[in-house]
Design a protein around this ligand. Structure first.
Ligand SMILES: O=c1ccn([C@H]2C[C@H](O)[C@@H](CO)O2)c(=O)[nH]1
Ligand SMILES: [Zn+2]
Length: 148
């Protein structure tokens, strides 16, 4: 069973509120004319910076990119290499969970990354990557450390 957390222990109250606001706002960045399913994402880097993104769809449906991967790629291209937490939101009241490909993408940053999932009204759950992707394949299997 996945352990579901309801704390935000690794963040101050201010950081948590900012994360929630930015993550819900990030839905406005979504380009999702096909599914009309807006997903926002915000991550906090180890240095405390916030990076946001959203899902980007394409007329060739298979080319769609999830919010998590646009955001992580944006952060990497801006020079950030370590993330403290990542958060996602949608227009659903129930928090949504990252898809399999995004779980693997987050895995590159370590097993202990907290993933916040916000419902549209701000209620949330938190899970750890290792619980969403048990027995995962990662950089260590290729003799590498998580991105740093
Ligand atoms: O965690 C998720 C789940 C889905 N989507 C996007 C992909 C697609 O654009 C739309 C519907 O699947 O939602 C994300 O961005 N993140
Ligand atoms: Zn995904």
């Amino acid at each position: 069973m996945v352990t579901i957390h309801t704390d935000h222990d690794e963040l101050s109250n201010e950081q948590f509120v900012e994360l929630r606001t930015k993550c819900l706002d990030a839905r406005n960045l979504s380009y999702s004319p096909y599914s009309k399913f807006r997903v926002g994402c915000t991550l906090i880097t180890q240095s405390g910076q916030y990076v946001s993104g959203a899902n980007v769809e394409n007329a060739s449906y298979g080319a769609c990119i999830c919010a998590e991967r646009t955001t992580i790629t944006k952060a990497l291209m801006e020079g950030h290499r370590q993330m403290k937490v990542i958060a996602i939101s949608s227009d659903d009241e129930s928090p949504i969970s990252p898809c399999g490909i995004c779980r693997q993408f987050i895995r590159e940053f370590g097993l202990d990354i907290p993933i916040y999932m916000f419902g549209a009204s701000g209620k949330y759950i938190k899970v750890f990557l290792k619980d969403l992707l048990p027995l995962s394949f990662g950089p260590e299997n290729l003799g590498k450390q998580p991105i740093s």
